[in-house]
Design a protein around this ligand. Structure first.
Ligand code: PEP
Ligand code: MG
Length: 543
């Protein structure tokens, strides 16, 4: 087979070569719509076999999860088994096949019908099951179409994953060590699949476009270079030896950066810059420390619970925050309160369909409206505070009206804990500056907080009116734009006047070209995906 080269956005550095795994999304198209009368019995048999195969795979995954101590995740797969075996679902499909519909078309249609029934239920938990039904139906349909594709969660061989797009919840489902790299049709450097890839040190090329990706779906092996931003499907000998050399170069650079990992970063004129990590789960804390993180500048708490199908309890959140606080000890950990909406769904939260989700009900807006979501998290953070140095940060804040409302709820939580006699600790409060409004009026907000952290990913998209996930807008997805730099400068000025510090936790914090500019503007803390830390410290120490 001929090699095919795909170019896209260099979203997470590093190189990888491995077997291709195509992630099928829910918008699966059946290969055939109709069958003939004489094929009915045979097709019914194929349908039953496909169900059996999918059930076997799902059961094996559930068992593996249970053995690995992941009870909750095991439960999800067991529920999927029940859905696949549901007699009503099976009868629905068989009836359509008897009416001469192809089994793959029938599975997709019946799956959609069931999903719609779930989605219409008043009960939030049941409504969230719609996606599970679609997931199961698409696995059976894929099996029928001979793809034999398994869900991401049961990926058993380390592979390069090709997909139209990956939602954060998809990425979270991939077993540890099974993703060698990502090649994604949609997205940009700051879409969440890219952020997660960088956190886990997985090379990624995104925004290659659906047409380019479709041409390579039959590839057996894929090589990708996430630093340069291209991938090669079915690489020939020359490409493979080229990639071997690249892998050696990556290892050599890592060795060179080793000495910076655990050192403090000072500029040549003595300015101390703290370099922290962005994390999305308690399990990432240990790795972050080993990369040299001097704290956590952004704990994306919504990622913590994306593998689940329901909302985490206060107790579960408390355990997670306490674990991170204890691991970092004296080093600060900034916990950002749940930031769902935009491109991030949270199973268990009833989110309406919106025309413009990034301009919609997200971040602090949702939290202020849903105290059942917000209060358990605030209580959990306060309870975990005595075990380390925790700080709270509110996302998407636009003005003091929101900030004060959030702080009031935080006070209420403190009061409740006090009245109950539950142990809790103090936390500093900061806000993310990620809306132009917050940056322009940073002077109003600064006196009411202990710190600012600039979320350049969103600040860029809202300032330049450019969707952060749109692969056609690469030029407008960088913080290195005078309009954005002005806003960061304004934020730093307001902070200086109020005597508070400013950090950056958007992806630009780890970009070699941006670090000098941010430091010059007055930023004193940078938080990034952990593997970027050693290089950032080297750059700072050479300023
Ligand atoms: C940001 O917007 O820059 C940010 C750090 O938050 P997120 O990427 O999670 O939206
Ligand atoms: Mg943001």
């Amino acid at each position: 087979m001929l090699s095919t080269r795909l170019t896209g956005v260099a979203a997470s550095e590093g190189v990888a070569v491995g077997s291709a795994f195509v992630h099928v999304t829910h918008d699966l198209e059946p290969e055939r719509e109709k069958i003939s009368e004489s094929e009915v019995e045979e097709e019914l048999g194929r349908f039953r076999n496909a169900v059996e195969t999918v059930v076997k795979k799902l059961s094996a995954t559930a068992e593996e999860m249970r053995e690995g101590g992941s009870e909750k995740e095991a439960g999800i797969f067991e529920a999927h088994v029940e859905m696949a075996e549901d007699p009503e679902f099976q009868e629905g499909v068989e009836e359509r096949v008897r009416d001469l519909e192809s089994p793959e078309a029938a599975v997709i249609s019946v799956g959609e019908e069931f999903a719609a029934l779930f989605a219409a239920m008043d009960d939030e938990y049941m409504a969230a099951r719609a996606d599970d039904v679609r997931d199961v139906a698409s696995q059976i349909a894929t099996e029928l179409m001979g793809g034999g594709a398994v869900g991401l969660e049961s990926l058993a061989e380390p592979s390069v994953i090709l997909a139209l797009n990956l939602a954060p919840s998809d990425t979270a489902r991939i077993p540890k060590g099974m993703a060698l790299g990502f090649v994604i049709a949609e997205g940009s450097k700051t879409s969440h699949v890219s952020i997660m890839a960088r956190s886990f040190g997985i090379p990624a090329v995104v925004g290659v476009g659906a047409a380019q990706l479709e041409d390579t779906l039959g590839a057996k092996v894929v090589a990708l270079d996430g630093t340069e931003g291209y991938a090669v499907a079915d690489p020939d000998e020359n490409v493979l030896s080229d990639f071997e050399q690249k892998q050696k170069d990556v290892a050599a650079e890592a060795a060179l950066l080793e000495e910076y990992k655990h050192a403090e970063a000072h500029t040549k004129d003595g300015k101390r810059i703290e370099v922290g990590a962005n994390i999305g789960s308690a399990e990432e804390a240990e790795g972050a420390i080993s990369w040299g993180a001097e704290g956590v500048g952004l704990f994306r708490t919504e990622f913590l619970f994306m593998k689940r199908t329901d909302l985490p309890t206060e107790e579960e959140q408390y355990q997670a925050y306490r674990e991170v606080a204890e691991q970092f000890g004296e080093k600060p950990v900034i916990i950002r309160t749940i930031d769902v909406g935009g491109d991030k769904d949270l199973p268990g939260v009833d989110q309406p369909d919106e025309e413009n989700p990034f301009l919609g009900w997200r971040g602090i807006r949702m939290c202020l409206d849903v105290p059942e979501l917000f209060k358990p998290q605030l209580r959990a953070i306060l309870r975990a505070a005595p075990y380390g140095k925790l700080r709270i940060m509110f996302p998407m804040v636009v003005d003091n009206v929101e900030l004060r409302a959030a702080k009031e709820i935080l006070d209420e939580c403190r009061q409740e804990l006090k009245n109950e006699g539950t142990e809790y600790g103090e936390v500093e409060v900061g806000v993310m500056v990620e809306t132009p409004a917050a940056a322009i009026r940073a002077g109003d907000i600064a006196p009411e907080v202990s710190f600012f952290s600039v979320g350049t990913n969103d600040l860029v998209q809202y300032t330049l009116a450019a969707d952060r996930g749109n692969e056609r807008l690469t030029r407008l997805q960088s913080a290195d734009h005078p309009a954005v730099l002005d806003l960061i400068g304004k934020t730093c000025e307001a902070a200086r006047e109020a005597g508070i510090w400013v950090g950056v936790c958007g992806e630009s914090a780890g970009e070699p070209d941006m670090i000098p500019k941010l430091v010059e503007l007055g930023v004193t803390e940078l938080s990034m995906s952990a593997p970027s830390i050693p290089r950032a410290k080297k750059i700072i120490s050479e300023l």
